[in-house]
Ligand binder design. Structure first.
Ligand code: NAD
Ligand code: 0WE
Length: 255
C-alpha cells in the first residue's frame, strides 16, 4: 500500500544519483508521491533532469537559494502547477572549501555569511513561502550533521551553520505548528556524496565511523531515505521540531 499517493512534494538538493536527496526522492516515488525538483545551476540541471524523468517527473525548476527572486518564482510556479503542497525535502548546504580547511578562528565574515545563508537561512526562506501553499498542512524535512553539536575536525563554519539550521527547525516548528505544518531534521552519519568529495581524510572518517558506530557499518542513502519516508508520511503526524539521528548509533558514544 502506497503511503504517499496523491501527495505533492518538492525535493531540493539533488546533484547526482549519490545525493541524499536522490535516495529520498526514489523512496517518495515508490510510495506514490508526485515530485518536483530544483537545481542550482545549468551544470546541475543536466544531472537532475534525466534523474527526474526516470521517475516520470517533468517538474524541474531553477532555484539558487541565495536568490529571493528564484525562491519567489519557484513557489509561484508550484502554486500554478499544483495549487497545494504537502512536503519539502531541504537537502542542501554550502561553504567555501577554504573555510573547511583553514583554522576556524580565521573564518572570514563573507565565509560565515555564505555558509549560513545557503545552509540555514534557505530553510526559513522556503518554509515562509510554503506556508500559503500547504493548505492541508505539511511536512518540511532538512538534513543536518553531528558537527552542529560536537567539534568535528574541519567541519568548522558548517558546524555553526548546522547549529543555526537545527535551531531554525525548532522555531519554524513552533511558528507553523498551528497550520499543521511540521518541521523536522535528520542528522545523518557521513555518506560519500558530492558534498563529501574532496574533504580531506573523508575515507578515513568513513572507516573509523564503521569501526566505532554501534551498528558497525556506515550509513547508507537508503537508511536516510527510510527515515525520511517516516517524516514525510502520516506515520510521524505527532512529531515536530525534532532532530533524529540516522547514524548507526554513533552519536551516543563517549570514550
Ligand atoms: P550533495 O552534494 O549531493 O547535495 C548538496 C546539494 O546542495 C547539491 O545538490 C547542490 O546543488 C546544493 N546546493 C549548494 N548550494 C546551493 C544553492 N546556493 N542553492 C541551491 N542548492 C544548492 O551532498 P549531500 O551529502 O547529499 O548533501 C545534502 C545535505 O545532507 C546537506 O545539507 C548536507 O549538509 C547534509 N548531510 C550530508 C552528510 C554526508 O556525509 N554526505 C551527512 C549529514 C548531512
Ligand atoms: O554537510 C556536509 C558537507 C557540506 C559541504 C561540503 C562542501 C565540499 C565542497 C559544504 N560546502 C562544501 N563546499 C565545497 O566547496 N557534510 C555533513 C559532509 C561532511 O563534510 C565534512 C565532514 C562531513 C561528514 C567536512 C569535514 C569533516 C567532516
Amino acid at each position: 500500500m502506497a503511503m504517499l499517493s496523491g501527495k505533492k512534494i518538492l525535493v531540493c538538493g539533488v546533484a547526482n544519483e549519490r545525493s541524499i536527496a536522490w535516495g529520498i526522492a526514489e523512496a517518495l516515488h515508490r510510495e506514490g508521491a508526485e515530485l518536483a525538483f530544483t537545481y542550482v545551476n545549468e551544470a546541475i540541471e543536466k544531472r537532475v533532469r534525466p534523474l527526474a524523468e526516470s521517475l516520470n517527473c517533468k517538474t524541474v525548476l531553477p532555484c539558487d537559494v541565495q536568490s529571493d527572486a528564484d525562491l519567489d518564482n519557484l513557489f509561484s510556479e508550484l502554486e500554478s502547477r499544483w495549487g497545494t503542497l504537502d512536503g519539502i525535502v531541504h537537502s542542501l548546504a554550502f561553504a567555501e572549501r577554504e573555510d573547511l580547511g583553514r583554522p576556524f578562528s580565521k573564518t572570514s565574515r563573507e565565509g560565515f555569511r555564505l555558509a549560513l545563508d545557503v545552509s540555514a537561512y534557505s530553510l526559513i526562506a522556503m518554509a515562509g513561502r510554503a506556508e500559503a501553499l500547504m493548505k492541508n498542512g505539511g511536512s518540511i524535512l532538512t538534513m543536518t550533521y553531528l558537527g552542529s553539536q560536537r567539534v568535528v575536525s574541519n567541519y568548522n563554519i558548517m558546524g555553526v551553520a548546522k547549529a543555526a539550521l537545527e535551531s531554525s527547525v525548532r522555531y519554524l516548528a513552533a511558528d507553523l505548528g498551528a497550520k499543521h505544518i511540521r518541521v523536522n531534521a535528520i542528522s545523518a552519519g557521513p555518506i560519500k556524496t558530492l558534498a563529501a568529495s574532496g574533504i580531506p581524510h573523508f575515507r578515513e572518517l568513513l572507516a573509523s565511523f564503521a569501526e566505532r558506530a554501534p551498528l558497525k557499518r556506515n550509513v547508507s542513502q537508503e537508511d536516510v531515505a527510510q527515515a525520511s519516508l517516516f517524516y514525510l508520511s502520516p506515520m510521524s503526524n505527532g512529531i515536530s521540531g525534532e532532530i533524529t539521528y540516522v547514524d548507526c548509533g554513533f552519536n551516543i558514544l563517549g570514550v
